[in-house]
Write a protein that binds this ligand. Structure first.
Ligand SMILES: Nc1ncnc2c1ncn2[C@@H]1O[C@H](COP(=O)(O)OP(=O)(O)O)[C@@H](O)[C@H]1O
Ligand SMILES: Cc1ncc(COP(=O)(O)O)c(N)n1
Length: 274
């Protein structure tokens, strides 16, 4: 049977991150994609020019529209912008008894623009995180959630344990920005740390030498959601999603003047951009 995955996230007009990256990931993996848009960003590879949030009522209507009509197998949540939007998402997830929830707690774009209001942090922690089957923060987001620096691999292993105490079933802390402090440069491996209350696991791949890392977090969390939709267990879904994101970065696109996007269709597109 055709599997269906929903993304609840912001729109990136440049097509590299947000809703656009999520739907491309779902399509590349053979899952039917649906979307609930929380915010519209005027964005390209060089940065975010403007942000306009969708009204909470309209977010709620989109959620009701998709769930009232279509059986959805997994949900990925990305940019949620503000408290009011978080609250309607929480209501929707409860009302429709949603399963397989992957929450990427997006706070800032790679280019440094805020994508979550400062005061929304506590609502995210109290109301949305406890509903997630997995949360996928990067080092910066983990530091904000825990109110302390998460910098080293040891910090990551402690942080995943602390983060699970917020009530989610598991945590995948992404080390895309992990540095080797003695060499003062990024680690040669891209290492992510997982904890589900029992097993502490590492998922790692060789770091690709590229500046094209726009939308990597969005792509990764959507791939996890797609594999959950297919019925894989969490650890297998992450392992497959890690292979997917690594391939998408290895074949990333030289589009625009800033960091380019991941490539979802490298078997189809023989050209890598400009
Ligand atoms: N240069 C790279 N080569 C290979 N994998 C990478 C690279 N940069 C990031 N990753 C991986 O991409 C995924 C997204 O991580 P990260 O970039 O930390 O997320 P975010 O986009 O939220 O900041 C993780 O699996 C991370 O290990
Ligand atoms: C709408 C939207 N959602 C998420 C991100 C984060 O992606 P990245 O960390 O790669 O900038 C983004 N830039 N824009």
């Amino acid at each position: 049977m055709l599997k269906k995955a929903l993304t609840i996230a912001g729109s990136d007009s440049g097509g590299g991150a947000g809703i656009q990256a999520d739907l491309k990931t779902f399509s590349a993996l053979g899952v039917y994609g649906l979307s609930v848009i929380t915010s519209i960003t005027a964005q390209n590879t060089t940065g975010v020019i403007a942000v306009e949030d969708i009204s909470p009522t309209m977010v709620a209507k989109q959620i009701d529209a998709v769930f009232s009509d279509i059986q959805i197998d997994a949900v990925k949540i990305g940019m949620v912008s503000n408290r009011e939007i978080i609250k309607v998402i929480v209501e929707g997830l409860r009302k429709w008894d949603v399963k397989n929830i992957v929450l990427d707690p997006v706070m800032m774009s790679e280019s440094g623009s805020r994508l979550l209001d400062v005061e929304a942090r506590s609502t995210l922690i109290k109301e949305l995180i406890p509903l997630a089957d997995i949360i996928t923060p990067n080092l910066f987001e983990a530091s904000i959630l825990l109110e302390r620096d998460v910098i080293t691999l040891k910090d990551m292993e402690n942080a995943v344990k602390e983060l699970t105490k917020m009530g989610c079933s598991s945590v995948l802390l992404k080390g895309g920005h992990l540095t080797d402090r003695t060499l003062a440069k990024l680690t040669t491996k891209a290492i992510d740390v997982y904890y589900d209350g029992q097993s502490l696991l590492r998922y790692q791949a060789d770091r690709v030498k590229t500046r094209n890392i726009h939308g990597t977090g969005c792509t990764y969390s959507s791939a996890i959601a797609a594999y959950l939709a297919f019925g894989f267990k969490m650890d297998r879904s992450i392992a497959r999603a890690k292979d997917y994101i690594t391939g998408a970065i290895q074949n990333s696109l030289n589009i625009g003047d800033g960091p380019g996007p991941t490539n979802h269709f490298y078997n189809l597109w023989k050209e890598k951009g400009e």
